[in-house]
Design a binder for this molecule. Structure first.
Ligand code: HDE
Length: 716
């Protein structure tokens, strides 16, 4: 479907929904929760019109009591989230590897509900925090709900679930003063990390631009753990799950992220909502890396270690299907807040491995929902209900919705003819993968988990120069916020294990020296740890680089949904606006008209141009690119508007494409025009002159002109 058609379909749907809402609520009286019609919802019951309120006022009491209980505990992690409905469709049957029903038939659409989240911040925190993003998908399959509860980073900080509460306590705001909000740049986080060499690989990812995505729609997703596919013959195959966004994988600049947090803390949430509302449905392909069981020990890392990934250079990702998110939730609380994911919600054909991080998660999620959603019946909340029929002998409990009929609530029974029956495997009954286990009980970590650095090095070496610089900048920022020199030193020691160049550059930004190796405390392993068991090693990785690890290697060119600000004022040239608008819209980009205030702009041709935002109510950081149409009168006016000049300066600083249909005008007021070499501006994504829509589109497709950061002197 073309974007215009999608937009019309979405507008029609919105209209129908509105009509339906009106129809549904026609003749609806305001009532109490008992159905009593309310005659006056404006005044409480009082002893005289100036008298005290009466306890007898059950209408007031009911309303206030319900209000008092409106909040439920927020998620301890991943509290801030945004979600959408959609569907998943497999490209071809995967029966060779798995019997999972939803992965068999390419003509079948499986409904999904997908929730994205930040990890550390509270529910009301900013979207643009530097953080890992959760990427949870609930597939409502005919065989029961399957949840793929992943992240936008393919590895994790720790190897064993027993360290999770420590990690989260360290990253959350510090307990004495609850500062800082939604940020890892503080003492306790880096203290913990500096003592946990196993987190080094994940830190490289978390300090990269992956942790400040441009959009939730432009992030990859990963299952993180190695899972198992099981086919009809009961043959198991290891599998790693990937989500690949069709819009490419993009981040923003750190300075921009911080400014977006102030200008629009809902930036990601709004972006997802608006895209779906406009009929520009985000899409991801589901990819799998398939690893035969026989190859389990072929790698120089352990498949059960969640601090490692399987390089795509070694095992390519096979794209097996597509997810489309095409419907916004009707109610945030009922759906996005009450949805309960669980990595243990699996279906026949998908099974676990012994990854000790995954094993711990299998306990945690039900436990947390019991508290968060108030009891054992949270599976009855509409968003959590499976579409597969559900029958069992579980009964009662807080907030039970189902009215179970009949005399029996046990199995086996004869009084109800044995119902509900157990399903045979041929009838779809679940059967755990019969993995052979013959072991001693130990509190140990396998020696194969000991190499904490070589994949961190692989990641760093696989980045482009710009990406490496961003990691150096991020580490310098975060460690610069740490007030304890020993913590900073320990971190420099760990970074030195990744790359001496990296450690030297961060050290120089901190005004410190990289510590001598021998001075390192066992690579940060604390004295009370048994070094035999914990001291990390570094082996040489079997490959030196994997281009798939770099964001800048993928997904360029597509400008669909990019937000382009048109800087306008009275007297703007009609053609200059219309032609560029048409060209951009043809590519699926979104045009926003900015003006001196919220009233329409009068074009040179005498038309009214609707203004989407006034300069004072918006900020450059929420747009992807800037265009200044021609029109002498408009340019004269805009030269007098400091915010319009600031838009271009800041857009330049953040390396965004800029086009101006005329040279003599607003652009002459900018810092970069006055101070930088104009010869290089075109290759730097600054396009000047009439009729340059194709050049501008090509520039937007490149996302950013990061080279400009080398001249990081723009005062914006
Ligand atoms: Fe989670 N995690 N987690 N986690 N996780 C939760 O469950 C936990 C881990 C992830 O959108 C909680 O319902 C433990 C890895 C996502 O609702 C909780 C461990 C990965 C979400 C929990 C981990 C994740 C959660 C909090 C270490 C990537 C949000 C609220 C063993 C593969 C789901 C809730 C949503 C949420 C526990 C580690 C992803 C407390 C104990 C690794 C995307 O149960």
């Amino acid at each position: 479907m073309k974007n215009e058609e999608k937009k019309n379909a979405s507008d029609n749907k919105k209209h129908q929904d509105l009509e339906r809402n009106r129809e549904d609520s026609k003749d609806q009286f305001l009532t109490t929760n008992q159905g009593l019609k309310i005659n006056d919802d404006q005044n409480s019951l009082k002893a005289g019109d100036r008298g005290a309120s009466l306890l007898e006022d059950f209408i007031l009491r009911e309303k206030i009591t319900h209000f008092d209980h409106e909040r439920i505990p927020e998620r301890i992690v991943h509290a801030r989230g945004s979600a959408a409905h959609g569907y998943f469709q497999v490209y071809e049957s995967m029966e060779k590897y798995t019997k999972a029903g939803f992965l068999q038939d390419p003509s079948k659409k499986t409904p999904v509900f997908t929730r994205f989240s930040t990890v550390a911040g509270f529910k009301g925190s900013t979207d643009l925090a530097r953080d890992v993003r959760g990427f949870s998908v609930k597939f409502y399959t005919e065989e029961g709900n399957y949840d793929l509860v992943g992240n936008n980073i393919p590895v994790f900080f720790i190897q064993d679930a027993i360290k999770f509460p420590d990690l989260i306590h360290a990253v959350k705001p510090e307990p004495h003063n609850e500062i800082p909000q939604a940020a890892s740049a503080h003492d306790t986080f880096w203290d913990f990390i500096s003592l946990m060499p196993e987190s080094t690989h994940m830190i490289m990812w978390a300090m990269s631009d992956r942790a400040i995505p441009r959009s939730l729609r432009m992030m990859e997703g990963f299952g993180v753990h190695t899972f198992r596919f099981v086919n009809k013959e009961n043959k198991g195959t290891f599998v790693k799950f990937h989500w690949k966004p069709l819009l490419g994988t993009h981040g923003v600049a750190w300075d921009e992220a911080q400014k977006i947090s102030g200008n629009d803390p809902d930036f990601h949430r709004r972006d997802l909502w608006n895209a779906i509302d406009n009929g520009q449905f985000p899409e991801w392909e589901l990819g799998v890396q398939i690893i035969p069981e026989e190859d389990e020990h072929k790698f120089d890392f352990d498949l059960l270690d969640a601090t490692k990934l399987v390089p795509e250079e070694l095992v390519p990702v096979k794209k097996i299907g597509k997810m489309v998110l095409n419907r916004n939730p009707d109610n945030f609380f009922a759906e996005t807040e009450q949805v309960a994911f669980h990595p243990g919600h699996i279906v026949p054909g998908i099974d676990f491995t012994n990854d000790p991080l995954l094993q711990g998660r299998l306990f945690s999620y039900t436990d947390t929902q019991l508290k968060r959603l108030g009891g054992p019946n949270f599976h009855e909340i509409p968003i959590n209900r499976p579409i597969a029929p559900m029958h069992n002998n579980q009964r009662d409990g807080h907030m039970r919705q189902e009215i179970n009929k009949g005399q029996t609530s046990y199995h086996p029974n004869s009084l109800r003819g044995g119902c509900p029956f157990q399903a045979k495997i041929a009838e779809g009954g679940f059967d755990s993968y019969p993995e052979k286990i013959d072991a001693k009980k130990v509190r140990e970590r396998s020696k194969s988990f000991k190499d904490h650095f070589s994949q961190a090095t692989l990641f760093f070496n696989s980045q482009t120069g710009v990406e490496q610089q961003h990691i150096i900048d991020a580490l310098s920022f975060e460690l610069g916020k740490v007030g304890v020199a020993q913590v900073q030193e320990r971190m420099l020691g760990l970074l030195n294990e990744v790359s001496n160049d990296l450690a030297q550059k961060v050290a120089s930004n901190l005004g410190m020296k990289v510590p001598e190796r021998k001075e390192q405390l066992n690579h940060g392993v604390p004295a009370d740890f048994d070094p035999e068991r914990y001291e990390p090693t570094k082996s040489s990785p079997s490959i030196e680089k994997d281009p798939a690890l770099s964001m800048m290697h993928k997904g360029f060119g597509n400008i669909a949904t990019r937000q382009v600000a048109f800087l306008c004022a009275d007297g703007v040239d009609d053609n200059s606006v219309d032609e560029m608008k048409k060209a951009l819209k043809n590519e699926g980009a979104m045009v926003k008209i900015l003006g001196p205030n919220s009233t329409d702009v009068k074009t040179a041709g005498g038309k009214s141009l609707k203004v989407d935002e006034a300069y004072r109510t918006t900020a450059s950081v929420v747009y992807d690119a800037f265009y200044v149409p021609s029109g002498d009168k408009a340019h004269k006016a805009m030269r007098m508007i400091p915010k319009a000049i600031h838009f271009l300066n800041e857009g330049y600083k953040h390396c965004k494409p800029i086009a101006s249909a005329q040279e003599n005008g607003l652009v002459e007021e900018t810092y970069f025009w006055k101070n930088l070499n104009k010869q290089n501006l075109a290759e730097d994504g600054v396009i000047i002159g009439k009729g340059k829509s194709s050049e501008f589109i090509e520039a937007i497709g490149k996302h950013r002109f990061w080279k400009r950061e080398e001249k990081d002197s723009i005062p914006a």
